[in-house]
Write a protein that binds this ligand. Structure first.
Ligand code: ANZ
Length: 857
């Protein structure tokens, strides 16, 4: 082949790899394993644009190097195909979601395969496949049938809790349970409870439980919307992104997962993960652990107000106390206030606002409860009590002690309503919100904030408390296209029973209408047989199937277990996970949570699913926007592959800029990557059996070292630029040694797998033609990754600066292994140095290895 014909070459090798199963993972083997995983995509109707494969190409380069380094590499791909995108597509195109998903998967698969990604397709998973979601349902049931024991700090089967209740009631049990559940009972009482009562109590402890939550309800669309399906109109009111219809808050029956039980472990275990600090920080803030104190204020109406504060050291600076409009006992305060009518209007309006307004309140409002005061437990001072909407009912105790001198929100509020501001902390590090030294705080004056917090909490009989911002996760959608929740409800008693293992999967029934019902209920509520059987009508949310798929790849065809113990032990966990950072508070938290649960139950051997995580940056369209059908700026990889070749696309996407940063697509610069490959093609036609020059050899070995380290750290762009330099040097040289060129091909192979394979094969063919010992062809991608020769990597000669009394007088070149005496000797004999030192007494000669000689006279 004279010219580089990418179309022919790429087709040929994709067919060959497929037929020869070049990339199939060995089952459990003696080899060391390496697990390289991409976040699997939603197969949306639009297909791939050139932004999507960036992460896939990066992880593919990485996986290919690991394979060549001798690892048994697991590098699979699959589809996360339940949920809204697939459902929307189906509704818009009036086809059943099952069909829509199958069509979309085909498109994705075709697009992915022309890029030459080295997936083991025999391990493909699809979350909508009943053979897959059988195990999603199975895991759900395990979670449903578990509780969290704080004493052993792990999940345990609910059967054990039932036994404990029967033996000693719930007094000595330290379990994570519903925040509002305070009932205690003895074992005798437990045994007298009816089954319905018992099940009601257990629901407060289960790790998957039923409850109510405010959801975003769009009456016009007749459906519940996720937060990211809502936008604001010009007045800041919530409207649906599709159609622009009003959205309200509505309380609806839901299933939840008690992820809060794992808050602390999710926090502490993230420290050991090799993830970007940015993502860890996002998760940390999301979990929002805060350590503080709960203290009580007595009030003039004989009703205490308990507040949660992280800054009890500022207690002497309290100038008022605030309760939330949705505070539990607010009516008792309301009826005793002197301005009851106004307060009641305020409360009603504030509640309305919090129902309707989607996001954070912009301007703080409030009203004083006239005639009611609270007593500061530290100094007996009487302060006013206010109701205000900047205090949230669902956080802490729903009430705060306000310290406007040291808290920004209180400050804003105090300024607006002319409330006093009293400073009690000085010598803060950065701002008046920081810790410092106490003053005007009675006997605590002079203490630092930290010490004061302990002492003051004790003094006022407060409690030390740890709170989390994170809430339990809703685990239900009122839509059709999701995994059925494998529970049945008895019509008369309401008692819920779980399906047996052998009844799984509970398959999604065929329906004629899978559109929202308009009542807010799932379309399954309209399927007679389903309702008659008593099945749960909500389906699982989008995040169910993706919370454990990485485990299924380890043993994807197993019908008896979600994965065998042996496979789980061998594959251990994901070594390298690549995907977008937009999943920081969704998928990446949920899957860590499920994994920890499975660990507690002894089903997986590791505490964390993903050891290392790398986030690829976005590819922005050349007009500066995100690529999207809506903007008409999408570039289809199919076109690029056709015109320039998959190898060019791969090299270009890896060369565009640092892997983790956003870059913009520029069709004009693709040609540079293509020329690089053209050059390599031409070089391959003039190879030589002689050795390369020493210079080329040195550059080659340096490049091998650099590429190896760059791929390891995912610095793909610098890897490519150093290969470009090497190719330029080779091109200039008269002799291009075949042996050296082959090593170069090997390090290029992960980036450009087709062209390298083609040249590799041609070289073997030529060799075989010329020699008697015919060699069998084996793929370059299964060849052994070249090792660099350390001696060739170190420069032979180094430059030494020679100074006299600290002033630079000349430079000399010395051999790398020259010893100290030789270097000093050489420096003093140098013709440029002799004039400076002759006839002088030399006091000292200082040598800084490999860099400087300083002669002191
Ligand atoms: C007095 C104080 C003085 C506070 C000070 C802070 C600084 P994090 O860290 O986010 O947990 N707070 C408590 N419950 C609240 C609620 N339901 N709605 C709104 N704000 C609430 O924040 C804890 C702090 O947030 C608490 O500490 C309380 O204000 C406020 F110089 O108490 B602080």
């Amino acid at each position: 082949m004279k010219n580089y014909d990418h179309i022919k070459i790429e087709k040929k090798w994709q067919k060959y790899w497929d037929a020869n199963k070049t990339y199939n993972t060995e089952a459990i083997s003696k080899k060391k394993k390496y697990y390289v995983l991409d976040m699997f995509p939603y197969p949306s109707g639009a297909g791939l644009h050139v932004g999507h494969p960036r992460g896939y190409i990066g992880s593919d380069v990485y996986a290919r190097m690991k394979r060549m380094q001798g690892y048994n590499v697991l590098h699979p791909m699959g589809y996360d195909a339940f949920g809204l995108p697939a459902e929307q597509y189906a509704i818009e195109h009036k086809i059943h979601p099952r069909k829509a998903v199958d069509i979309n998967v085909k498109t994705f698969e075709r697009q992915l395969s022309v890029i030459g990604l080295s997936y083991d397709w025999s391990r493909k998973v699809n979350t909508t496949d009943p053979a897959y979601y059988k195990w999603t349902q199975w895991i759900f049931l395990k979670i449903y049938n578990s509780w969290y024991d704080r004493k052993s700090d792990k999940a345990r089967p609910i059967t054990e809790l039932i036994k404990l209740f029967g033996k000693s009631g719930n007094k000595n049990i330290d379990a994570v349970c519903d925040l509002n559940y305070t009932q205690t009972f003895s074992y005798k009482e437990w045994n007298t409870f009816t089954e319905v009562e018992k099940q009601g109590i257990l629901m407060k402890y289960r790790l998957a439980y039923e409850g109510y939550a405010l959801v975003n309800w769009c009456p016009k669309l007749g459906t519940v919307l996720a937060n990211d399906e809502i936008v604001e109109d010009k007045d800041g009111k919530a409207i649906s992104e599709r159609g622009g219809y009003p959205v309200e808050k509505l309380s609806m029956r839901q299933w939840f997962m008690r992820i809060t039980a794992y808050a602390d472990r999710l926090l502490t275990d993230s420290e050991g993960l090799n993830w970007s600090t940015h993502i860890k920080e996002i998760q940390k803030n999301w979990i929002g652990k805060s350590e503080g104190s709960e203290i009580e204020f007595k009030t003039s109406i004989n009703r205490n107000i308990k507040v949660f504060t992280t800054r009890v050291d500022t207690l002497f600076g309290v100038t008022y106390v605030v309760i939330s409009p949705e505070y539990e006992n607010i009516s008792e305060f309301l009826v005793r206030s002197k301005n009851m009518a106004d307060v009641s209007v305020y409360i009603r309006e504030a509640k309305e606002r919090s129902k309707k307004d989607n996001l954070d309140q912009k301007e703080k409002t409030g009203i004083e409860l006239k005639g009611i005061t609270a007593t500061n437990p530290a100094n007996g001072e009487e302060v006013p009590v206010w109701v205000a909407d900047y205090v949230l009912a669902g956080y802490g105790t729903g009430a705060v002690m306000a310290v406007p001198a040291h808290d920004e929100r209180d400050y804003e509020f105090a300024k607006k309503y002319n409330l006093p501001i009293k400073e009690v902390i000085i010598e803060q590090v950065n701002s008046r919100h920081d810790d410092g030294i106490l003053h005007d705080s009675g006997k605590f004056d002079g203490l630092d904030s930290k010490e004061a917090r302990t002492k003051i909490t004790k003094e006022v009989d407060g409690k030390f408390i740890t709170k989390y911002k994170m809430r339990d996760a809703i685990f239900a959608r009122q839509r059709y296209w999701g995994e059925p929740i494998p529970l049945k409800r008895d019509k008369k008693t309401g008692i819920i029973t779980t399906l047996k293992d052998k009844e799984l999967p509970l398959k999604l029934p065929n329906v004629t209408s899978y559109e929202p019902t308009g009542t807010g209920e799932s379309p399954l509520a309209g399927v007679n047989a389903w309702v008659k059987a008593g099945y749960e009508t909500n389906t699982m949310p989008g995040w169910a199937g993706s919370s454990w798929y990485f485990l299924r790849y380890m043993d994807p065809k197993n019908e008896k277990e979600f994965a065998s113990k042996k496979a789980l032990k061998y594959w251990d966990n994901v070594d390298m996970y690549v995907g977008g950072q937009e999943h920081a508070t969704g998928h990446l938290l949920y899957s860590r949570f499920w994994h920890k649960f499975l660990y507690d139950m002894g089903f997986v051997p590791t505490k964390e699913p993903f050891k290392t995580l790398k986030n690829q940056g976005l590819i922005i369209a050349s007009d500066g926007r995100k690529m999207s059908k809506r903007w008409g700026n999408v570039i289809n990889p199919d076109d690029t592959v056709k015109t320039y070749g998959a190898d060019t696309l791969r090299v270009y996407e890896m060369f565009m800029g640092p892997f983790d940063q956003a870059v913009s697509w520029n069709t004009d610069s693709i040609i540079g990557s293509r020329r690089f490959l053209d050059k390599i093609w031409r070089l391959s036609l003039r190879l030589n059996k002689k050795s390369s020059s020493k210079d080329i050899e040195n550059i080659l070995h340096k490049t091998i070292k650099k590429i190896t380290l760059d791929i390891e750290s995912m610095n793909f762009n610098t890897a490519i630029s150093s290969m470009m330099i090497l190719v330029n040097e080779m091109e200039k040289d008269k002799i291009v040694s075949e042996k050296d060129f082959k090593m170069f091909l090997q390090i290029l192979a992960p980036f450009a797998p087709h062209i390298t394979e083609e040249i590799w094969e041609q070289l073997i063919r030529i060799d075989n033609y010329e020699s008697k010992n015919k060699k069998q062809f084996t793929s370059i991608h299964l060849s052994i990754w070249p090792k660099w020769n350390e001696k060739k990597v170190i420069d032979d000669m180094v430059k030494i600066v020679v100074q006299v009394n600290g002033k630079v007088r000349t430079e000399i070149m010395i051999s790398n292994d020259a010893n100290e005496e030789d270097v000093k000797d050489l420096s003093m004999k140098d013709k440029d140095i002799i004039p400076w030192i002759k006839d002088k007494e030399i006091k000292r000669v200082i040598y800084v290895k490999g860099r400087i000689v300083n002669i002191v006279i």
